[in-house]
Design a protein around this ligand. Structure first.
Ligand SMILES: Nc1ncnc2c1ncn2[C@@H]1O[C@H](COP(=O)(O)OP(=O)(O)OP(=O)(O)O)[C@@H](O)[C@H]1O
Ligand SMILES: [Mg+2]
Length: 463
């Protein structure tokens, strides 16, 4: 990344984005000495970028008084010389720790290319680094609705999908995790059906081991569907109470009696598991916060989602946003763990020149996927690969790697279209609209999305 820029940049003007190229350059220049030292006294090395964006090395405690201390000091000061204001000062360039886990303190790390025991560690002020990817859940399919920009019809599409799946007899569990801008539950529940509590209340009460009090009263069933059931878990209860005071605490980690710390994302996972055990749904639909946000990061990477829908309006802002996100996965070396669960959704596709619009959307989506997520191989031939019905991919025959042709309809960059429809534009009440809707209308607006989701759901309940 940015190697050229780094080479032109004197260390005095080095800024944050040139830290990683500078570190890479140092690792490459000294790879022989580093590998020698690392097969000797030291068996691991962390290159630590701290909360202020300053870099230093962390090494095993035994190096401190060891024979090779001087060599490490020299190497560290070499690195510091390239880092300008992002370097630690002399005598503080190396930190010593008894073991690697202790040194990490729960921070995310990734192995540096070309080394077997050098890790890059990045400490952020928030827990959201987008790079801790939980494996897919194997029980009930969890589907996350995300968009990089807000107001793109994400919650409307989720409500319509829930309605449709329930009409087909499915038990659908819907979670409003757009905690900062909730609204999904009012689209599905009339006021008198709203439960007493919501997700925010559970997360707050859990901090003081009082979560059971709210667990029984945080789910309501929607009366919109005729056959199956829609179970709605809102962001807050019928009376939102001191919502802002609660919201400011939801992401608190919990200190457990044994002294360990449970991250808020694990607490949320615990809630989700509890709800799934109690309700036994066929599918879980999660309305995530939009943008590069802490809650969105958790919904997408830490809840074990099987299918992650990326709603996209055509435009530079959309694709720059998705590119930023995908590059982070690429850089942290985790893209492979998540890329097969992604699907682009064309949001509110205009009536006018629909085909031209979708072609442009597909083209830009393809550019981002090719640059960041697809392997650099000839695209898999159509027919060689199929999305398994549980939302994962089945690569057949001789295919090595993962890549698609721009026009391949099965590709994750190929948008599932949600059409603009005047009956959904500027609605006063989505619930009123859904109460009067019929299957034909839902299919004409949300058909492609619902078909894709139906495949994902049916696949994993029958496999
Ligand atoms: N298919 C559609 N056709 C026309 N208008 C739509 C459609 N879907 C949603 N809308 C309208 O677009 C607006 C935004 O919809 P919605 O609230 O579902 O978006 P969102 O992405 O969930 O927004 P937020 O990021 O604020 O949660 C609403 O006024 C809604 O009525
Ligand atoms: Mg919404």
């Amino acid at each position: 990344m940015n190697k050229k820029l780094f080479e032109q940049c004197p260390e005095a003007t080095l800024t944050f984005d040139l830290i990683l190229p500078a570190v890479q350059n140092w690792l490459q220049t000294h790879s022989r000495s580093l590998n020698d030292l690392l097969s000797n006294e030291a068996n691991w090395l962390l290159v630590n970028r701290d909360l202020n964006g300053r870099v230093r090395l962390i090494l095993p405690e035994r190096i401190k008084e060891g024979e090779q201390r001087l060599l490490w000091n020299n190497l560290a000061s070499n690195l510091m010389q390239c880092l300008g204001k992002h370097a630690y000062t002399q005598n503080t360039e190396i930190l010593f720790e008894t073991n690697r886990e202790k040194a990490l303190q729960g921070a995310t790390s990734y192995l540096v290319d070309g080394f077997t025991n050098v890790w890059m560690v990045d400490r952020l002020a928030t827990e959201a680094n987008w790079a801790r990817i939980a494996p897919e859940t194997e029980s009930v399919p969890r589907i996350v609705f995300f968009s990089i920009k807000g107001g793109v019809g994400r919650s409307t599409a989720l409500a319509a999908t829930a309605w449709n799946l329930a009409q087909e007899g499915k038990r659908v569990l819907v979670l409003d995790l757009d905690l900062e801008s909730p609204g999904l539950s009012s689209a599905l529940l009339p006021r008198e059906r709203q439960p007493m509590y919501g997700i925010t209340d559970w997360l707050i009460e859990d901090l003081v081991d009082n979560e059971e009090v709210v667990f029984e009263n945080m789910v309501a069933t929607s009366n919109l569907s005729h056959d199956g059931e829609i179970y709605v878990v809102p962001a807050h209860g019928a009376d939102h109470g001191e919502y802002i005071a609660k919201l400011g605490r939801v992401w608190m980690p919990k200190l457990l009696a044994n002294g360990t710390r449970e991250a808020w994302s694990s607490r949320l996972n615990r809630l989700l598991q509890g709800l799934e055990e109690r309700i036994q749904p066929d599918v879980v639909l999660i309305d995530s916060r939009s943008g590069i946000d802490e809650i969105a990061s958790t919904c997408i990477t830490e809840l074990g989602a099987n299918l992650i829908l990326f709603f996209a309006l055509e435009g530079e802002q959309t694709w720059n946003g998705y590119r930023m996100l995908f590059e982070q996965w690429q850089r942290a070396g985790v893209a492979r763990q998540i890329r097969e669960r992604l699907q682009v959704v064309g949001a509110i596709v205009p009536e006018l020149d629909r085909v031209g619009y979708l072609t442009g959307l597909r083209e830009h989506s393809y550019e981002v996927f090719v640059d960041t997520l697809y392997d650099e191989i000839a695209p898999i031939k159509i027919g060689d690969v199929g999305r398994r019905l549980d939302g994962t991919w089945q690569v057949g025959g001789l295919s090595e790697g993962w890549s698609f042709d721009e026009v391949d309809e099965i590709a994750p960059h190929h948008p599932w279209a949600v059409n603009w429809h005047r009956s959904f534009a500027g609605l006063l009440s989505l619930r009123g609209r859904l109460a009067a809707i019929d299957e034909q209308e839902v299919v004409s607006v949300f058909g492609a999305l619902i078909d894709g989701i139906r495949n994902a759901v049916n696949g994993s309940t029958t496999s």
